[in-house]
Write a protein that binds this ligand. Structure first.
Ligand SMILES: Cc1cc2nc3c(=O)[nH]c(=O)nc-3n(C[C@H](O)[C@H](O)[C@H](O)COP(=O)(O)OP(=O)(O)OC[C@H]3O[C@@H](n4cnc5c(N)ncnc54)[C@H](O)[C@@H]3O)c2cc1C
Length: 471
């Protein structure tokens, strides 16, 4: 016990005054954005440099003190929350938030892991470029967390996941050594690419301290359209048709349902359904490209309207209208939370399977209890569909958690089974964290899981880096 408190004092010494928090001051680090878990750490360390991170990890490795890396705390699979016991140190990257370099000729920006995603977007914008990783949590999540979870978001269709936008990485490995590969090289075939091992490793193989990210040229014109359609398969057909007619200009292609819009309007009555009448399904499309793009898109949508694929559409006439259309999508996770969703999936399926997956999921949930409401929405362009399930009228989430936990588990499992039947993944973009450990064991490929365990024990033999995540 005494040994432990000496260790904690030594850790505090590394970060110095203002570099650690405990007691009441750490309450916010222990919260889950979906209110399902509560973290248990006693101490939060806030290093200011890679050198401090290396010293902390070295000391923790020697004394087998467990570390939970923490960035914006917006992760939704409890990867950033130590839920097992109190003997964890939370390592928050928030004070490492400098932009180290803007390498414009290399089309790159070098940032520290604690940079908030929206701040990186703004820094790129200020130099006439764009950093296209974008999601509803971008005002809080940090790039270290984005890389650790290989985050996706709304523009994956065109620009890829966090992984596709990262060309260099700096990280402290579990023994305290520093992997430094921040050069904005586009080609570097010199053995195993540890950058890609660390991306998506959810803090289990080291602490990402900085990254080199690709910047993209801005598009002169951006057009946003909201369409009514009759079924999810039509969204898939429309996506294919628009890509064939317009080329690679679509940057987002989001599916929404009328059920979802009703949930949203109940919680945010000021948000309006933008079409004259309601349809069962909608797509929100963003195209970005050269001047004249809007006319081309209008032409292509006109063809889709004539063939009956699109039932009605509105094109944003101003930036304010674009923003209003996007709010319908971006506020959906919060509306689901406020409406008390009892189950949220982060499913991905091959794009061709989206309609099949949604039909099967509705049927399976209906068979469990026809009074349940299901809101499916998500990124059609990368097959990522989120299913949110709400309690029957007259019942709320807390009551259901107390009295019908088995039914909630049955709903969760039926979505997983449908996902597996459609050759999909139980985690498209959120990761495994502590929430989906059993699901990974059940649905993951056995050879892959064994290799993951071998990599983990080779790099982190004392299991100090975020134990409880993945396994
Ligand atoms: C409203 C809302 C909308 C969202 N929308 C999307 C979306 O569209 N797409 C999407 O992909 N996700 C989305 N998410 C989930 C979440 O925002 C992402 O997973 C995000 O990448 C997490 O970043 P963070 O900085 O908050 O990380 P945290 O939550 O702090 O941490 C996430 C994980 O990464 C590890 N970690 C954090 N920092 C580091 C580091 N420096 N080194 C190593 N490991 C680290 C943590 O230990 C944890 O396992 C959403 C969440 C919310 C609340």
């Amino acid at each position: 016990m005494e040994h432990k408190s000496v260790m904690l004092d030594e850790l505090k010494e590394i970060v110095g005054e203002g570099g650690w928090r405990e007691g009441q001051d750490i309450a916010r680090y222990l919260e889950d954005p979906r209110d399902r878990f509560h973290g248990l750490s006693q101490l939060v360390l806030l290093p200011k440099s890679t050198q401090q991170v290396a010293q902390i990890v070295s000391l923790c490795a020697k004394n087998q003190i467990r570390i939970v890396p923490y960035s914006g705390g917006t992760g939704v699979v409890a990867g950033q929350l130590s839920t097992e016991d109190q003997d964890y140190v939370l390592l928050s990257m928030e004070r490492m938030n400098a932009i180290r370099d803007l390498a414009l000729e290399d089309g790159a920006i070098i940032v520290e892991a604690g940079c908030v995603l929206a701040d990186i977007q703004s820094a790129a914008d200020e130099v006439g470029m764009m950093f296209p990783l974008s999601m509803a949590s971008e005002g809080s999540c940090q790039i270290g967390g984005n890389l650790a979870t290989n985050a996706g978001g709304i523009q994956v269709l065109r620009y890829g996941n966090a992984r596709d936008l990262c060309i260099g990485i700096e990280a402290v490995l579990p023994d305290g050594s520093v992997l430094s590969e921040l050069s904005p090289l586009r080609k570097n075939n010199t053995g195993y690419d540890l950058r890609h091992l660390l991306i998506g490793s959810e803090g289990t193989l080291g602490i990402i301290t900085a990254a080199t990210l690709q910047l993209k040229p801005k598009n002169p014109e951006t057009t946003t359209v909201f369409c009514g359609i009759s079924k999810p398969e039509d969204a898939v057909t429309l996506l294919r048709q628009l890509r064939m007619e317009l080329g690679d200009v679509l940057s987002a292609f989001e599916l929404l349902s009328n059920i979802g819009l009703q949930v949203l309007q109940e919680k945010f009555p000021e948000e309006r359904q933008p079409l004259g009448s309601a349809f069962e399904w909608y797509v929100l499309i963003e195209a970005a490209g050269d001047k004249g793009l809007r006319d081309n898109l209008e032409g292509a949508l006109g063809n889709a309207f004539e063939s009956g694929l699109v039932l009605d559409a509105v094109i944003a006439e101003s930036y304010a209208q674009q923003e209003a259309l996007w709010r319908l999508r971006e506020m959906m996770p919060e509306a689901n939370r406020l409406a008390g969703a009892i189950c949220n999936s982060d499913t991905s399926v091959p794009i061709s399977q989206i309609g099949n997956f949604i039909d099967k999921t509705f049927a399976a949930i209906n068979a469990i209890d026809p009074a349940l409401t299901v809101n499916c929405y998500g990124h059609v362009g990368d097959g990522n569909i989120h299913c949110n399930v709400f309690p029957p009228d007259g019942m709320n989430k807390q009551e259901m958690l107390k009295t019908q936990a088995e039914k909630i588990e049955a709903i969760r499992m039926c979505i997983n089974e449908t996902t597996a039947a459609c050759h999909g993944s139980i985690s498209a973009e959120h990761g495994i964290g502590r929430l989906k450990v059993a699901d990974l064991e059940r649905y993951g490929n056995a050879a892959k899981i064994l290799a993951m365990k071998q990599i983990k024990s080779a790099l982190d033999p004392h299991n100090i880096m975020n134990p409880g995540v993945f396994f």
